[in-house]
Design a protein around this ligand. Structure first.
Ligand code: S3P
Length: 177
């Protein structure tokens, strides 16, 4: 699929550990377009780590910074963007994603999410409690929001990474259906 065929930025959405950054980067390489991570854009704007910003300003303030990051990212060229797992919980960001992006929901089993998130303290929502319980609880709240936002869903825990990218490209070719 050539760069010119992509009418909007593609945004990888889904839970922490679903592979949004890893698969998003591979997808960008395959499409020949840049990849950007919204968390990295936010960290550059706020000048500190997201975990520290959560601790000092709280989650609602972070969701505003996240919305601002998407406002600027989605006004730009059709690149691939990895979203933070909770981006869809801000109704303004959800609407923006639906209107200006092709959101692709990457889904994986909770056991896989836990395995991939292990050993990092960079995710403040996972720092206080049992990761399986926390992730299951978040998915309970967010599943319908991912569903609402997504142009289509792809499993990131089935097959090789290249297969996951192939399935995303198939979905993009069919979009909008
Ligand atoms: C969050 C996910 C994180 C980051 C922040 C909040 C969430 O991004 O935005 O810690 O609410 O699920 P990743 O999904 O890239 O880990």
């Amino acid at each position: 699929m050539a760069q010119t065929a992509l009418p909007r930025p593609v945004v990888m959405i889904g839970m922490m550990g679903a592979g949004k950054t890893h698969i998003g980067r591979l997808l960008g390489q395959r499409l020949g377009i840049p990849f950007t991570d919204s968390d990295a854009v936010i960290e550059a704007a706020i000048g500190c780590r997201i975990a520290d910003y959560f601790a000092s300003h709280g989650e609602p303030a972070f969701r505003e910074r996240e919305y601002e990051a998407f406002e600027s990212l989605l006004a730009g060229p059709a690149i691939v963007i990895g979203a933070g797992g909770g981006a869809v919980t801000n109704p303004k960001t959800l609407e923006l994603l639906k209107a200006k992006a092709i959101p692709v929901w990457l889904q994986a089993a909770t056991s896989e999410l836990v395995r991939r998130c292990a050993g990092s303290d960079a995710r403040p929502l996972l720092n206080n409690g049992d990761p399986t319980t926390i992730l299951d609880g978040l998915l309970q709240k967010r599943g319908s929001l991912y569903q609402e936002a997504a142009a289509f869903m792809v499993r990131s825990d089935e097959g090789r990474d290249t297969d996951v990218v192939d399935r995303i490209i198939d979905g993009l070719k069919k979009w909008p259906q």
